[in-house]
Structures are given as C-alpha cells and as structure tokens.
Write a protein that binds this ligand. Structure first.
Ligand code: ATP
Ligand code: MG
Length: 568
C-alpha cells in the first residue's frame, strides 16, 4: 500500500479552505492538522465536521509530528517566518502561492484523467459501431479509422491513416465536406482504391467555432440492399395478411338495417329470413342499387355461419387470367409469379359464405368450374393435385336477367339452375315509393351524425319531388341525393332546390312545362290525373300513390277516373 502524504494547513480563511477541500478529495493525501487563530472560520468548521484535527495556536500546530508537507495559507510574513524557523526538519513548507500552483497541477491532472476516461468510452463506441468511420484533419490528412472501416473496405488502419483523403478518396463525402465546409448527406461513391460502393454522411468537425476537420460515416450498399430485401419480404408478409383481413370481412348488416314495407319487399325479406337458417344456394336479383349486397350480408349475419368468414367476390372485376387462381388458389410455382402457395376465395370462405356479386359477368370457363364446385364442394388449387373439400354457402347476385342470358347461350343453363335454388327478387324503388319517406328519415339521421348537422326533414315540395322521380339508381341513388342535399342545406329543412340538380328527371321537366301553358282548369286536372296514372301505374298500389300525389282521396280519384272514361 502507498503511504499517504500527511499534510497540515495553517490559515483556514478563504484560500486555506479551497486548498483544504481539494486536498481532502485526493486519495493519497491525509490531512493531519489544520490551524487558524479564529476558531469559527468556515474552513475550521468544515474540518471539524470531517473529523480532522484542528488547533487555534501556531505553537500547538508546530508540535504535530510527522507532517510531510505544511501549507502556509495565511500569507502573513510573520507567520511564514515562524513556521519556517520552528517546523520539524522532515516537513516541507509550501506557501500560499506555491499551494495555488500545486492546486492548478492537481486540477489539470484530474482534467487529463477525465479526458482519458472519455477517450476510453469513445474508443469503445467507435470500435463497436457497425458503420465505418473515418476522420481527417482540415488539410485532408486521415487521422482515424474505426475497425468497421477496415471490415467494410478491407483496408487496414495503417493503409489509411497518415494518407491524404484528397489523394486517396477525392470523390468521397469526406473530401467534399472538407472542401465545402458543409455536411454531405446520402452520398453514394466507391471508397478510393477499392471496389466497395458505399453510402455516406460526412460532417465538419468544429471546435470553438473553427473547422478542424471532418468525419464521415458510411455503410456498404450491399448491407443496404440486404436491408431492402428484408424490408421487401416483410412488406410482402404484411400485404398478404392485409389481403386476408380484407377478404375475411365479417358481414356487418343485419335484417334490422333493412327498411321497407311494400308487400314485394316484405316477401323478399321474409324469404331471406327463412333462407338464412338453412344452407341453400340463393340468387338475389334486382336492379342496381336495390340492396342485393345488403341482403347477402344480412342473410350471412342471421345464419349459423355468422362467426365464419363472409367472402365477397366481384366476378366482373377480376381479370380473366387471374380468375381461376383467385377462386381456387394456386400452388407455389404453378405459374410465373406464383412464388408462394396462395389460398383462393373458396378456401378462405370455408365454413362461411361466399358472395358472388355480378355473377352474370363470370366467364364461361369459370362457370364450368364453379358448377363442379357447387355440385361436389371440392376442387384443386391451380397447379395442385390434391383435392380440397370445402363447406361453403353460396349467395350470388346479379342485375341481369340470367334466365334470358341462359336462353341466348350467354350463361350456362345448368349453372343458372344450381345458383337459383332460392331466388330473392328485390323490387325497384319506383315500385315501392311509399317507402321513400322512411328511407329519407333514416338517411337524414345517418348524415346528421356524419356531418354534425341537425336537419329535421324535407319540405312538402321536396318530398313531392322525390315521390315523382323515377329512381333508375334505386336506393343507392336516393342515398346519394340525400347526402348531397345534406351537404348544401343550411337550415333544418331540405327543400326542393337542394335536390333539383340531382333529381333531374324527364317527368319533373314535363310537369314544369304543363303548368306553364294556360288552359281551362278542368283540362289541366285531367292532364294531371293522366300524368299521375302514367307515372304510378294502374294497379291498386299505383292508384293509392297517384291519389296521394294529387292530394285527393282514393275515392275521389276513382270518381274522377270514372268520369273521364265515360266522357271519352
Ligand atoms: N332495404 C334497404 N334499407 C336501407 N338501405 C338500403 C336498402 N337497400 C339498399 N340500401 C342501401 O342502398 C345502397 C345500395 O345497396 P347495395 O349495394 O346492396 O345494392 P346492390 O343491389 O348490390 O347494387 P349493385 O347491383 O349496383 O351492386 C347501400 O348503401 C345500402 O345500404
Ligand atoms: Mg352490389
């Protein structure tokens, strides 16, 4: 063990206290005694707290044995003299000035060891990073390379350090940054003297406002390519999962979401409710926008399969070349681009429901294949030999007349009968206009929520406009008209002007023209009745609607019609 240096201090004023504090923190120094004529100086108190011996007379101090060094910190010549004359021979005396110098050396030494420690930490960091690092001075002389630099470039430190970067890598980011005094980012270049392509970031090294050199950090492009490959592979996995999730949408509508009170609508609804319980194949027909998809969701949602997948296939939207693999999946390597085995919609729907939308647009080749699946519930993946058995409920939908198509040879008749075990015919909206107010109310409530509005309803004239229109786009069109009206409406009622641009029917124009011409009132009444009958039809239901539109009772309408026919 190293023997500690025993130190005594005379004078514990401000200077003495600083000396005391510094010495106290040094391991190899032991403070044997401190002395001050005043007992209560800050330094004396500190020493007593530290358990260091104190005294208040010089005589007592000079009697302390074995002091290696005495520090005289009073600066008073008389005391300095006494200490020098009376100290023991083995003690060295350092006066305040000397003490300050010693303190300076000690502090510098400590700073140096701090710098050494930082350098050690920095070395550890630079040695362990994966990126290659190279440092050059302002004149371009290379001062440092880390181990990764050698790994990436196959150049050892001695093949690089001491050379000038302007000679060995004049086109690199480091040389550029030294020349421009600016950072250089994402710079692609070959490391000079090698065939290693790297991507680098370089920055100036600035000390106290002066540029002293620059540092470059880089990675070989091969690493980046590898990362890109990995990223691509991960993205592919994500895409596939997303695809799966998109396809396995659980059906989100129930029968309660379906509005309608017209007998034809109600009978479709009742049939659908009953059919939902079983497993029969269902064909839903109806014009565009009549709710075919909505019905298919509701049927799945009310069936025992509701917790299994509901898979929708738009037969018109899949490119012909992909149809088979979309439906039945493919084995890895079945064709160029089939890098992985992929499940088809039929397999994804196993246990659940497949909804074949726009079935009238399915190509003939696939019609034949589908027929076999419907008959046997089994198929092979494209490029595969294993037969896969599934249990899938098939619901198909079309707005085309399949039977007619079959007769004309445009759709397989056998498939038509397979699909059409149960047919749900959805009436066009013009056939159940009396449901319009109920649809409108539910749409207003929905769009009030969506747009944060407080619309209450329609003005009488607006409702009349909707009742008169023919609705070729059915409920979807009605929905669009109300949505657009709700965007523009500013008060709490939608009026006819909010809708005129959208409900642009021949009939409404006809009506405007009719009222423009002046004619006997009696004649106008007749024209109105004729128009109403033309629009709503001669059925019982049509007459009711006509009477409502004309704002007369049904009995009055009958009377007027009777009078008109007898006047002919
Ligand atoms: N009975 C109904 N009650 C409430 N909303 C309905 C009803 N029928 C249809 N809708 C609404 O009308 C819109 C069109 O319905 P859907 O998409 O089911 O029609 P579609 O018959 O499949 O049309 P397309 O043949 O054009 O695909 C949907 O937004 C749906 O919510
Ligand atoms: Mg549809």
């Amino acid at each position: 063990m190293v023997r500690k240096v025993r130190v005594g201090i005379v004078g514990m004023g401000q200077g003495g206290s600083i000396v005391y504090k510094t010495l106290q923190s040094i391991e190899h120094i032991e403070i044997g005694m401190v002395c001050d004529l005043l007992e209560k100086t800050q330094g004396m108190k500190m020493a007593r707290l530290d358990g260091v011996q104190t005294c208040v007379t010089l005589e007592a101090f000079l009697k302390v044995p074995n002091l290696d060094v005495i520090i005289e910190a009073t600066g008073i010549p008389e005391i300095q003299k006494q200490v020098r004359q009376n100290k023991s021979k083995s003690s060295a005396v350092i006066e305040a000035q000397g003490a300050n110098l010693m303190m300076f050396i000690i502090e510098e030494k400590e700073k140096l060891s701090e710098i050494k420690r930082l350098k050690g930490e920095l070395d550890a960091i630079l040695n362990s990073v994966q990126e290659a690092i190279e440092v050059a001075g302002i004149d371009g002389e290379i001062k440092y390379v880390n181990p990764s630099f050698s790994r990436v470039t196959s150049l050892s430190a001695s093949q690089r350090i001491g050379y000038n970067v302007f000679d060995v890598s004049p086109n690199g980011a480091l040389a550029k940054s030294l020349k421009t005094h600016e950072p250089v980012l994402a710079h692609r270049a070959m490391v000079g003297g090698t065939s290693v392509e790297v991507i680098s970031n370089a920055s100036p090294i600035v000390v106290d406002g002066n540029m002293e050199g620059a540092v470059v950090v880089f990675q070989p492009m091969t690493d980046i390519y590898k990362l890109m490959e990995q990223l691509k592979a991960s993205n592919q996995v994500i895409d596939e999962l997303q695809n799966h999730i998109d396809q396995i949408s659980t059906s989100s509508y129930t029968f309660d979401d379906l509005i309608g009170s017209h007998p034809e609508f109600i009978s479709a609804l009742e049939l659908a409710r009953k059919a939902a319980k079983g497993n029969s194949t269902i064909l839903i027909t109806g014009e565009s926008g009549t709710g075919k998809e909505l019905f298919s969701h509701a049927i799945h949602g009310a069936s025992l399969r509701r917790n299994k997948p509901f898979i929708k296939v738009n037969c018109a939207a899949i490119p012909e070349t992909l149809l088979e693999s979309e439906f039945f999946g493919h084995e890895k390597g079945a064709f160029t681009g089939a890098v992985k085995t992929k499940l088809g919609k039929m397999e994804l729907a196993n246990g659940g429901t497949i909804f074949l939308d726009e079935i009238g647009d399915m190509n003939p080749y696939l019609q034949a294949k589908l027929l076999r699946v419907l008959q046997e519930m089994e198929f092979e993946r494209v490029g595969g030999t294993k037969t896969i058995k599934v249990d899938v409920r098939v619901i198909s939908a079309t707005n085309r007349n399949l039977l007619e198509m079959a007769k004309e040879g445009n759709f397989r008749e056998d498939l038509y009968y397979r699909l059409n075990v149960l047919e749900l015919r959805l009436p066009p909206l013009r056939k159940h206009k009396e449901d319009i107010p109920a649809y409108v109310q539910s749409l207003i409530a929905k769009f009030n929520r969506k747009f944060g509005k407080h619309v209450l309803g329609l003005t009488a004239r607006a409702e009349e406009l909707l009742m008169q229109y023919n609705w070729p786009g059915n409920i979807r069109e009605l929905q669009n008209v109300i949505e657009r009206a709700m965007v523009t409406v500013e008060d709490d009622m939608i009026n006819h002007k909010h809708m005129l641009n959208f409900v642009d029917s021949q009939d409404t124009i006809e009506q405007e023209q009719l009222v423009i011409e002046i004619m006997p009132i009696e004649q106008m009444e007749k024209q109105m009745i004729q128009l109403a009958m033309k629009r709503y039809g001669n059925s019982m239901e049509g007459k009711k609607l006509a009477a409502k539109a004309l704002r007369i009772s049904l009995a009055t309408l009958y009377n007027k019609l009777k009078a008109m026919s007898s006047n002919l």
